[in-house]
Design a protein around this ligand. Sequence first.
Ligand SMILES: [Zn+2]
Ligand SMILES: [Zn+2]
Length: 257
Amino acid sequence: MPGPHASSESGFAICNLCHGPARKGSRLCWSCFEVAKQLHRRLPRVVPVFLFAPTSVPHRLLVGYKAAPSAASRAHHSSALGDVLSLFLARHQACVARDAAPVTLVPVPSSSGGRASWHGRHPLVALCEKAAEASGTSVRSCLAPGAAGTRRLGASPDGFRVVSRPSTATVVVVDDMFTSGARALSATAALEGAGLRVAAVVPLGRLVCPGHNRETAAFWREVGSRPWSPLSCCACRPRPLALEVAPSAWLEAARAA
Ligand SMILES: [Zn+2]
Ligand SMILES: [Zn+2]
């Protein structure tokens, strides 16, 4: 049965969960279907801040903020992504959290234990702190890798464990890159297992590989040409937006870093 966002003319549908490309007539994309099956639960909606394709500017930012060789370059990329997340949450926190207030932002930790250059602190935490300041929320790094671990398309309710308690009953899970969703949605399962309500998962970027199949190519032809704007999000308007070209000075600066 086609989902409400199905596009009957374009040959693709938009996944009701992650807002990525789905087969025409399907409510969920294949990844979300598989991950939901593995986690045996109803999953919260995923509100990506933007969609991006491999090797694009946003892809370089998302890799570079964690792994660029110099500290200056990592800081530059972090600053650009922090601005994007801040602009987005300042405008859309209410629709993302379905008017729940107050909420806590919970960053998804690294499943591999992180890099030496992070000095024990995932760079995503700093991005969340910048966004929390702009949106009047707080941040709690309350997750740690769990016994089962996670891998691409390998979700588990034991992929993460909750090691401390956020001060609010409702949380928004924040991640950097959403590929299959196994990591972020496993984190959700752990938080819900600890009695918290997850209002939404907000990945900065959802990866779309246009060459994957015909539906994805058709999806990207339509969605990839729409410039990203912090005025719109797929929680209040169910059409995702792509960040493919530098929309403002901070992305230009990040490209030069
Ligand atoms: Zn999906
Ligand atoms: Zn919104």
